[in-house]
Write a protein that binds this ligand. Structure first.
Ligand SMILES: *[C@@H]1O[C@H](CO)[C@@H](O)[C@H](O)[C@H]1NC(C)=O
Ligand SMILES: *[C@@H]1O[C@H](CO)[C@@H](O)[C@H](O)[C@H]1NC(C)=O
Length: 189
């Protein structure tokens, strides 16, 4: 069983301590809520294919990065996801308004808390922003925010949240194993 306290010590020791721990402490609950809300705020996810292919390569490259870059990547991704929904015609999505609002507040809260962990001056690779701009252009902007384009955005959002969660699981596991290496097991005679 994974030790949460160990992670707080390792990660928050390496990064900005106090605020960083806030995000980690809340992460499991917030992430569970955002992943649930994005599903229940609308109906079944669309079977339509996104006109923009999913940036798996960007995620892959993050597994080799330093923990700070990984957290910057997560923060920027959540910010860019949030930006997608700042659109005049969000109402044509026909989603549950309260759940949609809760979802967006959740994402905003995670972004704010991550800003306590990593520098607000640091930015993820510009390819990330380019991907999200391309996604917005070829869905929402092209259709003026049609219902179908919102469904493509919601499906893409779910895929991103899944990938970001996998990255956090990986960061947790890495922090845990580096903690084990630095804390020799005590011997009792
Ligand atoms: C969220 O938590 C509930 C209750 O523990 C669990 O059943 C559900 O599978 C979780 N959802 C996600 C997306 O992790
Ligand atoms: C919202 O929809 C209206 C009517 O379809 C359209 O004229 C307008 O350009 C759309 N707004 C945006 C920001 O796409």
């Amino acid at each position: 069983m994974f030790s949460w306290t160990g992670l707080l010590v390792v990660l928050c020791g390496a990064l900005a301590p106090a605020l960083c721990c806030d995000w980690l402490r809340h992460y499991r609950r917030l992430s569970n809520a955002s992943q649930t809300l994005v599903l229940v705020m609308g109906g079944e996810l669309t079977k339509d294919r996104s006109p923009v292919s999913f940036p798996y390569k960007l995620y892959e490259s993050m597994y080799k990065a330093e923990v700070e870059s990984q957290l910057v990547f997560i923060r920027d991704s959540l910010e860019l996801i949030s930006d997608l929904y700042h659109h005049d015609n969000l109402s044509s999505a026909n989603w549950d308004t309260v759940k949609t609002e809760d979802f967006l507040m959740n994402i905003h809260r995670q972004t704010e808390e991550l800003n306590g962990c990593v520098s607000t001056n640091k930015r993820a690779d510009s390819k990330l922003g380019k991907y999200y701009r391309r996604l917005k252009r070829s869905t929402l902007s092209r259709t003026g925010g049609s219902t179908a384009s919102w469904e493509l955005i919601r499906k893409a959002t779910k895929l991103h949240l899944d990938q970001l969660d996998l990255l956090v699981v990986f960061i947790r596991a890495s922090a845990e194993s580096s903690r084990r290496r630095s804390t020799p097991t005590q011997r009792h005679h």
